[in-house]
Design a protein around this ligand. Structure first.
Ligand SMILES: [Fe+2]
Ligand SMILES: [Fe+2]
Length: 198
């Protein structure tokens, strides 16, 4: 990742030390780079947006965070706080690092509704949304989420498979999600025997 983006990530870290968000952000931004390669999109918008999209969780007390996301939990009032506060923090951090002002509005707009907006505004927005969701299929997330949600990792992995068509916008997002899900399913012994490797 280019030094400009690493500088943004360094600044973001102070806001990511909650909810395992630093790890989440690292993994999601690696997926974003793969999606940019395959789908196009503007890295100058997508990478700062994914690096900063969850900085607003720092403004939500940890006991409330678990009510706002995950299987069976979708308190959108709490979730909305992390979007609105995150958009403000992101703008401030981007201005502090002297980021191109012509790009800041688009980045902040993506962050402002990255969970609550159901349709993507643009390819850049779609890549951010897909990267954010792809994290959940990663080996690292499967170390974190089942414990957090108190679910068996195999059951969680099977639940993830059912979400793929509804969650992902880009074809590459769907393909990577299937690949990752298959790997986790094998890992937890819940792969369908008739399913081919993708
Ligand atoms: Fe988020
Ligand atoms: Fe996220």
């Amino acid at each position: 990742m280019e030094p400009t983006y690493l500088r943004i990530f360094e600044r973001a870290k102070a806001f990511l030390d909650t909810r395992d968000n630093e790890l989440h952000t690292r993994i999601a931004s690696a997926f974003a780079e793969r999606l940019l390669d395959a789908e196009g999109g503007d890295a100058r918008v997508v990478l700062p947006a994914i690096l900063l999209h969850d900085v607003g969780w720092k403004s939500v007390p940890e006991d409330l965070q678990l009510k706002a996301f995950g299987p069976g939990h979708n308190d959108m009032t709490i979730n909305r706080i992390h979007e609105v506060e995150g958009a403000k923090i992101a703008r401030r951090l981007l201005e502090e690092v002297g980021y191109d002002p012509k790009l800041i509005d688009e980045i902040v707009e993506i962050i402002l509704e990255h969970d609550s907006r159901t349709k993507a505004l643009s390819l850049n927005d779609a890549i951010v949304k897909d990267s954010d969701k792809l994290w959940r299929f990663s080996a690292e997330a499967l170390q974190v989420d089942p414990k957090r949600f108190r679910i068996d990792p195999g059951v969680h992995t099977r639940w993830l498979k059912l979400q793929i068509d509804g969650w992902f916008i880009t074809e590459t997002g769907k393909r990577l999600a299937r690949q990752e899900q298959r790997q986790r399913a094998v890992q937890f012994g819940v792969a369908d025997p008739d399913e081919e490797d993708v």
